[in-house]
Design a protein around this ligand. Structure first.
Ligand SMILES: Nc1nc2c(ncn2[C@@H]2O[C@H](COP(=O)(O)OP(=O)(O)OP(=O)(O)O)[C@@H](O)[C@H]2O)c(=O)[nH]1
Ligand SMILES: [Mg+2]
Length: 592
């Protein structure tokens, strides 16, 4: 599917050893580091796809049909209860990750004992996630697929697991089924999904149940319902039969595969992945390489100009360079202070949001608890307490967990905005350094377009890791239960107790979430700043070294200067050859 993309990526990767050899010859460790991390990024790049939908829509079957094998357990009853992540591996390997941090490798036959409600009721085994490595051609392009528990099943916990994964995906495949066409619960879920995921593919599964005529009707119905509910126009729904696709692939029957309509969907998905991520990835990698090469070309030219300059003049030029660099240094400091302020403002924003949340939700939760208390006034104490606990539980889960996800999205956007501006400023500083030296030695400056590379990396970095969990629910309930149950208090006292401790408990949790978010923002920014500072330092050091080298050569005498001229000429040749190769890839990429 991503054929062109794969070709270009391969081409780009093939260029790297040649470039690395050049910089090894010149003992330029920094450049080699850049190349290695670029190589890693190209090889590692992943597209995260999440498969979503109400229970029993055929999500797990759909993933199996892509893989062409029954890897994930499927069933006629609501089943999947644990998030499963599938990635490429040379050999099949299934790893269960537990909440306590331990791991276990299991054979495929045991998978359903961990990821299904039947095999692992209410997640008694404490599974956090299951990772599957699988040798499928499809996954080889860096695509990873996430199977999720169906939303709206009776198990609230499973729904929560699905929600937790939404902020980290590139696209969602939203499965609908023909029996019945879209329900209100699905529409509600879709509303939520849209807040986190920009790209949603709608898939109407199980079309093998319907005749051509019925299929059209059902598609039209779902299309209209979704467009109306989301206020969108012209959405596309892909009709698919996961069952036929899987059967077809297992039997090697191409007519069944065609009939399943899976290939048409996979083509569209492939196009999207290429456009949305593949191109950006390649473009960013290319511009990083170009920057590296142009930088090298520039220092070669600088060196060559410098050795052609009389020693006295050269020394006065160095003086000018140093004083200009001091001014730039001041600019750097100012930029740093400014952006530290911006990051602090982000934390202020978080505080404001948290306060608003507390002000709005605490009274509402209290009112709900009181209402529940009133409704259960005549029930026995144990039922009364149970009802209050349930109300508390539902209120907290609904309010706070979804708030955290929303806040994560919001902060992430703001952070991306700030870091993009910061990287733009840093690029301006780099340009100023280059310009200064180019002017000084009368060199034509070739600037490579930059920025995106750095800023998109930074926001992705921030996205990794799980969002903070608001309430440690277990803890919260222990807290209430311990206080309530052993003492067998009267109903009035139970209620009073909850009313008194609820705001306090919420406050503590808000504090925890604040700390967690703040730490991630600060750490992301510090890493990002370090990376940019390295780039600026490298630029300045490169130029300084080129000039200093020329001075020392000239002091050593004419023989050395002549030898240096030959070496510079040869290096220039190598650099130009590398550049030609990169330009070819650039042109092919522009044509995609
Ligand atoms: N006829 C037909 N049945 C299908 C198709 N896809 C899935 N099914 C059946 O639908 C049922 C549910 O499939 P699953 O893949 O387990 O559904 P799921 O969405 O993963 O369900 P949960 O994990 O409970 O959310 C199973 O009995 C499948 O065999 C299809 O294209 N056609
Ligand atoms: Mg499933």
């Amino acid at each position: 599917m991503l054929d062109n993309f794969k070709e270009l990526k391969k081409g780009l990767l093939e260029n790297i050893p040649q470039i690395e050899a050049y910089f090894s010859r010149k003992a330029n460790g920094r450049a080699i580091q850049t190349l290695r991390s670029l190589q890693e990024k190209l090889l590692e790049n992943r597209f995260h796809l999440v498969v979503l939908g109400q229970f029993k829509r055929g999500k797990s079957t759909f993933i199996n049909s892509i893989l062409g094998e029954s890897v994930l357990p499927t069933s006629v009853v609501p089943l999947t209860s644990i998030v499963t992540l599938l990635r490429y591996g040379e050999e099949e390997l299934i790893k269960v990750l537990f909440e306590d941090g331990s791991e276990k490798t299991i054979p495929r036959e045991e998978l359903s004992a961990y990821v299904t409600e039947r095999g692992n009721p209410r997640n008694q085994k404490g599974v956090l996630r299951v990772d599957i490595l699988f040798p499928s051609e499809y996954l080889k392009d860096g695509v990873s697929i996430i199977d999720t528990p169906g939303v709206g099943s009776t198990f609230e916990n499973n729904t929560e697991m699905t929600y937790n994964y939404l902020p980290n995906v590139d696209a969602a495949l939203f499965l609908l089924a023909v029996d019945p066409p879209i329900s209100q619960a699905e529409i509600d879920f879709l509303h939520d999904v849209r807040q986190y995921v920009d790209k949603i593919f709608f898939i109407q599964n199980k079309i093998d149940y319907l005749s051509e005529e019925e299929r059209r009707e059902s598609l039209a119905f779902s299309k209209e319902a979704i467009e109306k509910a989301l206020g969108l126009d012209g959405i596309h729904i892909f009709p698919v039969s996961a069952k036929l696709a899987l059967e077809g692939k297992q039997k090697g029957d191409t007519s069944l595969i065609e009939k399943s309509c899976l290939p048409a969907f996979m083509d569209s998905l492939g196009d999207f992945l290429l456009k949305a991520k593949g191109k950006t990835l390649l473009r960013n990698a290319l511009s990083s390489l170009m920057r590296l090469i142009s930088g090298e070309e520039m220092s070669l030219e600088l060196e060559s100009r410098a050795i052609a300059t009389p020693l006295e003049q050269l020394e006065s030029k160095i003086q000018i360079f140093h004083s200009k660099m001091q001014a730039i240094q001041q600019d750097r400091e100012d930029t740093r202070y400014y952006f530290e302020g911006e990051i602090n403002r982000l934390v202020d924003l978080l505080d404001m949001d948290l306060n608003r949340l507390k002000e709005r939700e605490i009274p509402q939760l209290m009112a709900q608890i009181q209402e529940t208390a009133k409704l259960h006034e005549d029930h026995p104490v144990s039922e009364y307490v149970k009802a209050l606990e349930t109300a508390l539980h539902e209120g907290i889960v609904r309010t706070f967990d979804s708030w955290v996800l929303e806040e994560e999205g919001r902060l992430n956007k703001e952070y991306a905005r700030v870091s993009k501006r910061y990287s733009e400023r840093c690029n301006e500083i780099i340009e100023a350094i280059l310009k200064t030296s180019a002017e000084l030695f009368d060199i034509k400056l070739e600037l490579v377009e930059t920025d995106e590379a750095i800023s998109s990396d930074s926001s992705l970095y921030y996205m990794t890791g799980d969002p903070p969990k608001f309430f440690d629910l277990e803890g919260a309930f222990d807290f209430f239960s311990q206080k309530i149950l052993p003492r067998k208090l009267s109903k009035a006292l139970v209620l009073k107790d909850i009313m008194k401790s609820l705001p306090q408990k919420i406050d503590q949790n808000c504090g925890r979430v604040r700390w967690d978010f703040m730490n991630r923002i600060r750490k992301s920014f510090m890493d990002f700043r370090w990376e940019l500072n390295q780039k600026i330092d490298a630029t300045e050091a490169g130029i300084r070294q080129a000039i200093e080298k020329a001075v020392s050569l000239k002091r050593q005498g004419t023989d050395e200067v002549e030898r240096a001229k030959i070496r510079i000429g040869e290096d220039m040749e190598s650099i130009r050859a590398i550049k030609r190769g990169l330009h070819e890839i650039q042109n092919a990429l522009d044509m995609l």
